[in-house]
Design a protein around this ligand. Structure first.
Ligand code: ZN
Length: 311
């Protein structure tokens, strides 16, 4: 029995200044600001969501920005880098854009059959633009200064850094149904569901990598997607039977979630595709209002007054 995980759902990272975070992901990268909410465990802090126009699963990057938080160190035991899918010939556009906007970036490298442009956000979060030769049928949404022909289409892959990938690989394949797709050097690629951009997880076991330390510029968790709640409950049973400690189902309003820490130390979440981000504001106005879970709604005035202004 294996869980039927179909790909990546969202990736959540830690940031410092929320205004800087909003500016980078919307203006520099051209993503859509799809939800302005608060950290449910710490409502004095934002939870900011970016994605494609429809906030589709597989495109959603989210952040907990704590103003003044010290930087962490990306390394083993963490989701180490996030690759975003861009059209095949778009990397020169992005190199020029990053140079013009002083975004730290590295030379284009080859990874399996594709080209990858590594760069960093203002907190040092490791990001990559991956120009894939595979078809990526997801709609490219144009943004100001980022024409559709160059626009980010969503996740390509998440790279997990591990000191030993054996147990993590076993969870991915034996419990979550991913398959080994490619392997080269210290990198092994696993593919979920029917594969393609947005369905890949790479395990990187380079012994030169340091141990990861949490803080600004590091990833908090990686969420995989399942089509519905019954698939999620079945996935929970599979993970429990494999001996992992799994949370109960938690209602996150836009999706339902379960969490478990995989043996390599990375926090995994499995989230449902629905109901989606248009349940509390119209699709054409996503991100316009501060969205609060019902239990925090009575405290809206105090929460809004305490949050830093975004612009
Ligand atoms: Zn999450």
């Amino acid at each position: 029995m294996k869980a039927r995980v179909s790909g990546l759902h969202h990736i959540t990272a830690i940031a410092s200044d929320p205004r800087q975070n909003l500016d980078f992901y919307t203006r520099v990268l051209g993503l859509r600001f799809v939800k302005k909410s608060v950290n449910q465990d710490d409502p004095g802090t934002y939870h900011l969501y970016y994605g494609d126009y429809a906030a589709s699963p597989g495109t959603i990057l989210t952040f907990f920005p704590w103003t003044g938080l010290r930087r962490g160190r990306p390394g083993t035991g963490q989701a180490y880098a996030t690759a975003l899918s861009v059209p095949a010939k778009s990397l020169p556009f992005w190199q020029e854009r990053f140079s013009k906007l002083d975004v730290p970036h590295q030379a284009v490298a080859h990874r399996f059959a594709d080209k990858v442009l590594p760069f960093a956000d203002p907190n040092g979060l490791r990001l990559e633009l991956l120009a894939t030769s595979e078809a990526d049928p997801r709609p490219a949404v144009p943004a100001k200064d980022v024409p559709a022909g160059f626009a980010i289409r969503g996740f390509h892959s998440s790279t997990l850094a591990l000191s030993d990938g054996t147990e993590t690989a076993r969870v991915l394949t034996d419990s979550m149904g991913l398959k080994l797709a490619s392997q080269s050097g210290y990198r092994a690629r696993y593919s979920a569901g029917s594969g393609g951009p947005g369905a890949y997880v790479d395990l990187l076991t380079d012994p030169a990598l340091p141990r990861g330390l949490n803080g600004a510029g590091t990833i908090h968790h990686v969420a995989f997607r399942v089509p519905d709640e019954s698939t999620q409950v079945a996935a929970r049973d599979v993970l429990l039977k494999a001996g992992l400690s799994v949370s109960p189902v938690i209602d996150r309003a836009y999706f339902k979630s379960i969490y478990c820490r995989e043996p390599g130390g990375v926090l995994f979440e499995i989230a449902t595709d629905g109901p989606g981000f248009a349940i509390d504001e119209p699709l054409d106005q996503l991100g316009a209002i501060l969205s609060l879970p019902p239990r925090l709604e009575p405290h809206r005035a105090a929460i809004e007054a305490a949050l830093p202004k975004l612009g």
